[in-house]
Each structure stands twice: as C-alpha cells, then as structure tokens.
Design a binder for this molecule. Structure first.
Ligand code: HEC
Length: 156
C-alpha cells in the first residue's frame, strides 16, 4: 500500500471515530426529537385551559377541564420513550439539555413526579368538579413540575 492509501485509510478512520452520527442515523435521531417536541407541544396546548382557570382568566368548565386532564395523563405516559440516547443532539436540533443523559436518575425522577401529580390531579378533579382550593393546589403541583424540569433540563 502506498503512502496515499495509508493516508486515506487513516483519514477515514479519524472521520468515523469523530463522527457524531447516532446509531440508527441522524434521521432516526431527528425523528425522535420531532416526536418529543410534538408530545410537549400537545401537553402545553392541553394544559393551557387548566392554566387559564388557575389564572382566573377562564371559568371552570367541567367538560373542557376533564378532557384536558385526560389528554395530559395520556401524553405524560408517552414521555417514558421520549428521551432515547440517540436524541441527545444538542442545539439547534433540540432544547433538551445534555444534562438529561448525564443526570438521568434526577431527570427520570422529575418525569415520574410529573406523571404522579398529573394522575393525582385527575383524581382530585373527579371529586371536586370545580375550581376549588383542592383543585387549584393539585393543578399547581403539576405546573410546578413543568417549571422544575424546564429550569434544570431545558435550554432557554
Ligand atoms: C421531566 C421534564 C419535563 C416536564 C415535567 C415538563 N417538560 Fe416541557 N419540556 C422538557 C424538555 C426537555 C423540553 C425540550 C424538548 C426538545 O426541545 O427536544 C420541553 C419542551 C416543552 C415545550 C416546547 C415544545 C416545542 O414546541 O418544541 C412546551 C410547550 C412544554 N415543554 C410544555 C410543558 C408543560 C406545559 C409541562 C407541564 C404540564 C411540561 N412541559 C413538563 C421537559 C419537561
């Protein structure tokens, strides 16, 4: 093998060793990010009517609130699969901080707390059926979870 061939081999080795291409390829990683963003977008859209009741800008409407909570319960379950290792792409692809994959236990706990508070809120709403103090406190616990996780694990 001539020097050219050795150089070529060497270069391609360095290129592949440095390559950031995640297993399954960049497309699979981007798809995972897209799906995650879609889940959060829908969580945001469906939590909005609840936030509006908390702010007092909208009256409590039983059917709307019930539907919103049921959807947030369903959507929060999808988060279990929303952070595969391949989706740690960093900016500008995603606002998910690399810390998620470094402090995975802390992140998973925040996700589990969120899911538990969403379920508790669903139960409270079934008995309260109105914007009572108990309703507000259960809804606020969920809203706190959004903020706590965004503070630690979402890029600004
Ligand atoms: C366990 C952590 C965690 C919890 C809990 C959480 N989020 Fe997020 N959220 C994130 C991360 C991380 C991102 C960034 C996702 C990305 O860019 O890939 C995000 C992104 C978003 C986005 C932007 C989606 C987009 O369009 O790109 C919205 C809206 C959002 N979250 C709303 C909420 C609301 C509302 C709640 C609570 C009801 C909530 N989140 C709870 C971690 C969390």
């Amino acid at each position: 093998m001539g020097l050219g061939g050795a150089l070529l081999l060497c270069t391609s080795f360095v290129l592949s060793a440095n390559s950031q291409t995640p297993p399954g390829g960049l497309n699979a990683a981007r798809q995972a990010v897209d799906e995650r963003k879609a889940v959060y977008k829908l969580i945001g859209a469906n939590f909005r009517p609840i936030g509006n009741v908390l702010k007092g800008s909208t009256q409590y409407d039983a059917a709307t609130i019930q539907k919103s909570i049921d959807r947030v319960v369903f959507l929060s379950g999808l988060l279990d699969e929303a952070f595969p290792d391949i989706s740690n792409l960093g900016e500008p692809e995603t606002k998910a901080k690399p810390d998620i994959w470094i402090n995975r236990a802390d992140f998973d706990k925040k996700e589990k707390d969120f899911q538990a508070h969403v379920l508790a809120f669903q139960k409270v709403n079934e008995t309260e059926k109105g914007a009572t103090d108990a309703f507000k406190s259960a809804a606020n616990a969920v809203a706190q979870d959004c903020k706590a996780c965004h503070d630690d694990f979402r890029l600004k």
